[in-house]
Design a protein. Structure first.
Length: 304
């Protein structure tokens, strides 16, 4: 009888229907829906859903790295980070997507990827109703509404919206991530110039492995990400998200001066020059300046 009931999951979540073998597991799961984070860090006040996550987080403050790699001696604060790192030495990618066959070094990479196929978006912004596949994406999105930029680049003082201290599963280097590599760490590559990831097809180098993978699709022609609305295919998941705004007419980037909304941050940056008077594009022939590069190009064709 005991063996017959091993696969049963009698404790069901009323929010999403997911089943659990133990009631304690259901209670932990329900915090995803309620947003409850009962375990608080005494150093910085950050809250966590699980006590194990708090213990891992506290190592950021203590600097403790108890897990050492037997191959190269590099140490990590989490056993999972060590396991992810060790795959570098073996080249193993044991986690394969059942839908498309793409393989990943760790379960988190696979889980992040699978949202592309399922379309599941359980995390919803209370401000605008937009939904996300991952809570980290929702948190990053919410900063659009608050305008908060709490994280500062130590090199030049430029401020950014996201920072989540962790260790890179690719190489073990400590960096910031919010589901994708955060814009802060992308920015810091400007200062270091480091480009350790090289394309074997053309020799072009990149600062991040994700950028290399996106670049390699140019050579293969692969477009694995499909728009659920119209079926158009794209090379990256971020391209799909940007494209979907055509269907939803979402304009998440708002001008703080006049309130006008834009689909793309780059369009907002161009628009704001109306208010600031900035004209960064100067004609080398006559010295006339323009707010947009396209206006400069048009000017040069007509007059020079």
């Amino acid at each position: 009888l005991k063996n017959k009931t091993l696969g049963e999951k009698p404790h069901k979540c009323l929010e999403c229907g997911k089943g659990f073998r133990k009631r304690s597991h259901l209670i932990q799961h329900q915090r995803i829906h309620s947003g409850e984070k009962p375990y608080e860090c005494g150093e910085c006040g950050k809250g966590f859903r699980y006590s194990s996550h708090l213990i891992q987080h506290q190592r950021i403050h203590t600097g403790e790295k108890p897990y050492g790699c037997g191959k190269c001696g590099k140490s990590f604060s989490q056993s999972s980070s060590l396991r992810n790192h060790q795959v570098i030495h073996t080249g193993e990618r044991p986690y394969e997507c059942g839908k498309c066959g793409k393989s990943f070094r760790n379960i988190f990479g696979l889980m992040t990827h699978q949202v592309v196929h399922t379309g599941e978006r359980p995390y919803t912004c209370l401000e605008c109703g937009k939904s996300f596949g991952w809570s980290s994406n929702l948190r990053a999105h919410q900063l659009i509404h608050t305008g908060e930029r709490p994280y500062e680049c130590p090199q030049c003082g430029k401020r950014f919206q996201t920072r989540k201290p962790c260790e890179c599963p690719e190489c073990g280097k400590s960096f910031v991530r919010c589901s994708n590599i955060s814009d802060l760490m992308r920015h810091q590559v400007i200062h270091t110039g480091e480009r350790p990831y090289t394309c074997l097809e053309c020799g072009k180098s990149f600062g991040w492995s994700s950028n290399l993978r996106a670049h390699q699709l140019i050579h293969t022609g692969e477009r694995p990400y499909e728009c659920p609305q119209c079926g158009k295919r794209f090379q990256t998941s971020s391209d799909v998200l940007v494209h979907e705004r055509i269907h939803t007419d979402e304009r998440p980037f708002r001008c703080p001066d006049c309130g006008k909304g834009f689909k793309h941050n780059s369009n907002l940056a161009i628009h704001r020059r109306i208010h600031t008077g900035e004209r960064p594009y100067e004609c080398p022939q006559c010295g006339k300046s323009f707010s947009q590069s396209s206006a400069l190009t048009q000017h040069q064709r007509r007059h020079h």
